[in-house]
Design a protein around this ligand. Structure first.
Ligand code: PMP
Length: 430
């Protein structure tokens, strides 16, 4: 496999773009080598600037649940373009998608569209603070909620990958209102609540975190959080930017039967266009301007092209429950296939998988929180990443990410992934 054009572009890009990329996780810092520059994508494949094809397990970090360049989404976008790209005024399509989201996501009674997951979480916290009149909020170690100042404290995803879980540029004043807790530990939450009684506006978490590698909630954990938040008047926010419309059509909250007060969404709602959203109980969302006093706005929010892509995607998911059956099947085939290969090579590495999300950790200990995720041998992960890449399988270039599967993966492609896995494990362990 020759990858000279990506190398040339990356060297050139570094002259004009910080680190040569527009988002840190795209760099191959944690795994070595230069990033691959992508020319196009279709179905389960992406193609680089040298025309190498890769089976893709990132899917644009989540949105391409039906695979890349799906004809239905493409046609919706092209049709919408005929009428103009942006109006900065209300449209019928925004009402339609809002109504659909409300019908699909249990906690959402009203919803506001924004342009990214980062905007969704920043806005949700502001609304929770405005609604409760309290300043502090609880965040979990290793969870990622975008790059808003108050979230860049013990943050996951690229923030850990780059070694900056706490970013310079975030003031002490901002940081002091972010209270940190380990995931999956209800006692820790009780202690924080006790020490800050009446001062905590919100508790935000990824119900099924993907940003420290995929980690699952222990039985009763989400319900326990719900109970504490209700008792203490704390707004429980599920950040379902990754899990929304992916783990089930109503997200992790539907799957685990725990309804938060607010939910943040992104990725899939845009069908690959830049979109995020936040929503929740009517009485809370009525605090958002112009209905209420908490200000939040956006020139391009509810953009007609993005809404066309999103509406098409959500309508499809809403009316095709078999998508989730198939995604679960692919997820289980990959996870169990990898587990038995690893076992044959004498290493029962931990694989966390739920539906179409999974992470392989290079540790045999259970991974249930940030501390246990950090036990993974990241050097071995880097070798594995490169071994898979050279066999035409494109993984997220960091241990601290979940992989995302799409319905474009046929049984034949799953077989190819498992074969590449077997060869890669053999190579890196020898
Ligand atoms: N929340 C979660 C759970 C995420 O995974 C991400 C991004 N991966 C964000 C928020 C931020 O979204 P965006 O990158 O669209 O700003």
């Amino acid at each position: 496999m020759q990858i000279s054009e990506s190398k040339r572009l990356f060297a050139h890009a570094k002259n004009f773009i910080p680190g040569g990329v527009n988002s840190p996780v795209r760099a191959f810092r944690a795994v070595g080598g230069d990033p691959i520059f992508i020319k196009r994508a279709d179905g389960a494949f992406i193609y680089d600037e040298d025309d190498n094809a890769y089976i893709e397990l990132i899917n644009s970090w989540g949105p391409m649940i039906l695979g890349h360049n799906h004809p239905m989404i493409r046609e919706a976008v092209i049709a919408a373009m005929d009428n103009g790209t942006s109006f900065g005024a209300p449209t019928a399509r925004e009402v339609e998608i809002a109504e659909l989201i409300v019908s699909m996501v249990p906690s959402v009674e009203k919803v506001r569209m924004v342009n990214s997951g980062t905007e969704a979480t920043m806005s949700a916290i502001r609304v929770a603070r405005g609604y409760t009149g309290r300043d502090k909020f609880i965040k979990m170690e290793g969870h990622y909620h975008g790059h808003g100042d108050s979230f860049l404290i013990a943050a996951g995803s690229g923030a850990i990958t780059m070694g900056h879980p706490d970013s310079p540029g975030v003031t002490e004043g901002t940081a002091k209102d972010t209270l940190l807790a380990p995931y999956n530990d209800l006692e820790a939450i009780e202690r924080l609540v006790e020490a800050n009684r009446g001062e905590i506006a919100a508790l935000i978490l990824e119900p099924v975190p993907g940003n420290m590698g995929l980690t699952l909630p222990l039985p009763g954990y989400l319900a326990g959080l719900r109970e504490i938040c209700t008792r203490e008047g704390i707004i429980l926010i599920f950040d379902e930017v990754m899990t929304g419309f992916r783990l089930a059509k109503g997200g992790a909250q539907e799957l685990f039967g725990v309804t938060p007060d607010m939910t943040t969404l992104g990725k899939i709602i845009g069908g690959g266009m830049p979109v995020g959203a936040y929503g929740g109980k009517k009485e809370i969302m009525e605090f958002v301007s112009p209905a209420g006093p908490v200000y939040q706005a956006g020139t391009l929010s509810g953009n007609p092209i993005a809404m066309a892509a999103g509406l098409t995607m959500l309508n499809y998911l809403n009316s095709h429950p078999e998508v989730y059956t198939r995604l679960n099947e692919i997820g289980m085939q990959i996870a169990s296939g990898m587990a038995s290969i690893n076992h044959r090579f004498g290493h029962d590495f931990t694989i966390n998988q739920l539906g179409s999300m999974y992470s392989l950790f290079f540790t045999e200990d259970a991974v249930t929180d940030f501390e246990s995720a950090k036990k993974s041998d990241t050097l071995l992960f880097g070798k594995y990443f490169q071994a898979m890449l050279h066999r035409g399988i494109y993984l997220a270039p960091s241990q601290y990410e979940s992989l995302f599967l799409s319905t474009a993966l046929t049984d034949d492609l799953v077989g190819k992934i498992l074969q590449a896995h077997e060869e890669s494990i053999k190579e890196i362990l020898s």
